[in-house]
Design a protein around this ligand. Structure first.
Ligand code: AMP
Length: 538
């Protein structure tokens, strides 16, 4: 690793030109009889050779469904075996997999289906949370959607019967394999296009940093639609041969605790909120955690006390912190197992191999070491671009290939980075990134809303929650419940304001700019959130 001024470069390791299908072939060749995947809620276990066989069948079925290389297939589902099969099978068939957050509702879903020109959509018919077919019907009411087919995951066996023999297409590591949607700073979500090279190499370096081998078992309670599941999970497992254990369809604290006890994982993944929910669970003490040696915590800043308890009480002595974003495949920096707890608590580690990182001020000039600026990264990990949005791509990736993350950070002289805030106006609720602007634009569609601003408020469990201040049109009446009803079923649950305040004016600067920090201060005071605010900034 080298550090010059405000610039750091990770270990100089080669970037491999391997596709996701080659990755699976290699794992199946090296560890045919070792467990590759255990999906506990479906009671399914597959060895690497069984996984490869099931993937070949699914790839044949994709071809039998008239999908040709370059076509887009959407998967709008919670965690399940079929999700992983589709992830690898799309790669084999040269088809682009588009991840869709199962929390998306009609408004977001219709946008993603249209924007990414999805030909075939895989979904669960319904679960405890939602009736997905009904939401899809309502999405069709918003926009003209040209889906050629909807395939229910419940019908997987029938789908497999379509399998036809085919010779694998010529897929290059530089081809786009996957589109992952992230919240957009303006309006609607943005589709991040990632190549085989992006994904395989990020997985490789994560596995290397974790010291993962085929003897490891990764417990993955994070969602597959997000890079935490489908890259830090699936790709790191594929490159190392470590088994991936999925405890449940959606996150559930108790089910994960039981899985630690019964499955004897060596590593566990989660956003800080998940770790807090395990540590605070009344049955925490009943489960044996002694198999754990490591894990990855990422997605949001972690309170120091939580980190200490994960290391001591959950047995994760080698727990690492990862920092990154979807646009960077995702991991940019990571701490090391032998870093002190202090370093792991207060920084997000050092630049990953083959990764450049620098910190610049608002004008793009280098800031001195130790000072805060925007974190930029460059290298194999930078996305191919936003799907169908060259303007947004050009704003995110500059002419020299640097990805502007929008995160504020400082580089310490020892090469570790500290994340100090966000240049962009973002709320992180339980690890979910939310752009206030997206919610504001949605709420402005309500006929009685004249003006609205959204901020994040500190919350001890979720890190932040969503609050909206609304000015109602003259002569109109509106309640917080009306607002929630307007959101329910149309936007993802985690974006729905938990707290709504009706106001007649907003705190403004002298030149008329909204002062969101003042709104936050007022709420913290009025709602008595001082304690949560202190935890957040600790
Ligand atoms: P996403 O694209 O959904 O993965 O969200 C990425 C964003 O989450 C980053 O731009 C950061 O703002 C935030 N983030 C990710 N990892 C960390 C971390 N370890 N500490 C603080 N913030 C993080």
């Amino acid at each position: 690793m080298s550090i010059v001024e405000n610039y750091a470069r990770g270990q100089d390791l080669p970037v491999l030109d391997i596709t996701i299908s080659q990755l699976l072939d290699q794992a199946a060749g090296r560890f045919p009889d070792r467990e590759a995947l255990a999906v506990l809620h479906q009671r399914r276990r597959l060895t690497w050779s069984e996984l490869r066989q099931a993937v070949h069948k699914a790839a044949g079925a994709l071809r039998g469904s008239n999908l040709v290389p370059g076509d887009r297939v959407g998967v709008w589902a919670t965690n399940c075996t079929e999700w992983i099969l589709l992830q690898y099978a799309c790669a084999f068939a040269g088809v682009v997999l588009v991840n869709i957050n199962p929390a998306y509702r009609s408004h977001e879903l219709s946008f993603v289906l249209e924007k990414s020109r999805i030909k075939v959509l895989f979904l669960h018919e319904r679960d405890a949370r939602a009736d997905y077919l009904a939401i899809l019907d309502s999405a069709r009411g918003h926009r003209q959607i040209e889906l050629s087919e909807v395939i229910r995951l419940e019908d997987w066996h029938n789908f497999e019967r379509r399998a036809i023999p085919f010779s694998p297409p010529d897929v290059s590591a530089a081809d786009v394999a996957n589109i992952q949607y992230t919240s957009g700073t303006t309006g609607l979500p943005k589709g991040v296009m990632l190549t085989h090279r992006n994904l395989v190499n990020n997985g490789r370096f994560i596995a290397l940093n974790l010291g993962a081998t085929e003897r490891d078992r990764l417990l993955v309670p994070v969602p597959m639609f997000h890079c935490f599941g489908c890259v830090i999970g699936t790709m790191a497992s594929g490159v190392s041969g470590a088994a991936m254990v999925i405890p449940s369809a959606q996150f559930d604290a108790l089910t994960t605790l039981r899985a630690i006890h019964e499955e004897r994982p060596t590593a566990i993944y989660g956003v800080p909120t998940m770790f807090i929910s395990w540590l605070n669970h009344p049955e925490f003490g009943r489960y044996d955690m002694s198999s754990l040696r490591t894990g990855i915590m990422a997605g949001a800043p972690c309170p120091i006390e939580v980190m200490r308890r994960v290391v001591n009480d959950m047995h994760c002595h080698e727990l690492t912190i990862a920092y990154g974003q979807t646009e960077s495949s995702p991991v940019v920096t990571m701490s090391h197992a032998d870093d002190s707890v202090e370093t792991r608590c207060t920084t997000v580690g050092r630049a990953m191999p083959a990764t450049e990182v620098k910190i610049v001020d608002r004008d793009g000039a280098a800031v001195p070491i130790g000072e805060t600026g925007e974190l930029l990264t460059r290298g194999y990990l930078v996305m191919a671009g936003y799907d169908g949005d060259p303007g947004a791509t050009a704003k995110a990736i500059d002419a020299e290939g640097w990805l502007h993350t929008g995160d504020l950070a400082a580089l310490r002289p020892d090469g570790n980075f500290k994340i100090t805030g966000r240049a962009k106006d973002t709320i992180i609720r339980g690890g979910e990134n939310i752009y206030p602007r997206e919610i504001e634009e949605y709420l402005l569609q309500h006929p009685k809303v004249a003006e609205v601003y959204v901020v994040g408020l500190p919350d001890e469990k979720l890190g932040e929650i969503v609050a909206a201040w609304i000015r109602v049109r003259a002569g109109q009446g509106l309640t917080a419940d009306d607002i929630r009803c307007f959101c329910d079923g149309n936007i993802a649950y985690y974006k729905i304001p938990q707290h709504v305040r009706f106001v007649t004016e907003f705190p403004m600067t002298a030149n008329g700019k909204i002062q969101k920090y003042r709104m936050r201060e007022i709420e913290i005071h009025e709602l008595g959130l001082e304690q949560a605010a202190r935890v957040q900034t600790a």
